[in-house]
Design a protein around this ligand. Sequence first.
Ligand code: AMP
Ligand code: ZN
Length: 466
Amino acid sequence: MALRFYNTLSQQMEEFFPARDNTVRMYSCGPTVYDFAHIGNFRTFTFVDILRKWLRASGFQLNHVMNVTDVDDKIIRNAVAQHKELNEYTAVYTQAFLEDCATLRLERPESLVPATEHIDGMAAAIEKLAAGNHTYSSDGSVYFRIASFPGYGKLSHNDFSGNIAGARVDVDEYEKADARDFALWKAPKEGEPFWPTSMGPGRPGWHIECSVMAIKYLGETLDIHVGGVDLIFPHHENEIAQSESLTGKPFSRFWMHAEFLMVEGQKMSKSLGNYFTLRDLLGKGYAPETIRYLLASAPYRKQLNFTFDGLKSAATAIDRLRNFKLRLETDRFPEGTNGELASRTAAACQAFRAGMDEDLNTAEALAAVFEFVRDANSAMDSCGFRAGDVPAAVELLTLFDSVFDVLRPTAGAGGLSDAAVEALIAERTAAKKAKNFAGADQIREQLLEQGIILEDTKSGIRWKRK
Ligand code: AMP
Ligand code: ZN
């Protein structure tokens, strides 16, 4: 079956394939590093990770660029308030973001690019836009003239023809959505950081960074551009206006947008104060993979309501799959294969792929896995599951985990670190040597309780996590 994505630009499902040489050129808008990201932000970043993994499972290679917005109004405000240099301030939250991504098992994009390292490129782009008559200046700031770009509104499907004349709004905080002209370059202000450039001192507006870095690393036309739905307008609309005015080419073939993580009917956001950071939830004892599962389990184009019950169900779902995996690994099954089960396994694999192929419908993909696990478990209970059925079942779980990545427990998250496991094993070996078999068994039990399975082999003790 073909891979199809909903394209915000065409408002239709379209078959996806990269334009050139089997490599997907993809750009995602990254974090603004003024504070810790919340799990609403991570819903979007988890969607991007699922997209990456499914593109790879579909046989494509990836060239994915993500920006780090390390200069904007909020960052400057906070850095100034704390008497810190801009980069000293942003380094803390960039680092925290990368740690949180690693905790949630989000793959690193091929390039992660900070805006402040591309200021000269932005100045050059703005000068080129000026030469093309797309800008005007006022008090040392430069604005993009939306009337100079007839396609404005094609992504958000807004008709701006009535209200674009002459208005100028100096915002780059995208919550304050304003339809009209936007700042490309901001004049230096007293006490604020600025950069000397070929077009004079100042700092870039938010939108220009993405156009410049995407084109620099990926070329004039991307295969996919992604972000949260709140970025469609004005940010992505502005990216299109800038990029297409610069190159005369379509900026991105596909635009994909993740819906919000909600809390009691409202978008989870810093400004509403209704948010949890990843660290908040880890502090409450939730495992990273539970949070990952919850964020990934709803199709990305549907809003997802965040609740603690939802987190508990996610933990239960993971347990169910881990227990099934353990059964596959440790139970003894009669020889042979169960023909009916074999065809069900094949059907489950196919349904999983079909769900993912249809615009990453993770809910359908998961339903296929759980239906299979239920059938296989009951076949095991009634001795209908055979040794020959194990490889296909393992294959399905492997396919599932290549995307969802939740079966491996996080060391140290409500469990033991590798070092602690090794130490207990050494203790147990010492107990055995001292013929303290009861003590050795007790340690084995203690490890088992923590999800650690020991195997006595000829070459020594091997261990693994459930
Ligand atoms: P920011 O760091 O504010 O630039 O946001 C980073 C990403 O998180 C953007 O792609 C936003 O669209 C996305 N985002 C912000 N709030 C939410 C939310 N409640 N649910 C899903 N995505 C969000
Ligand atoms: Zn962007």
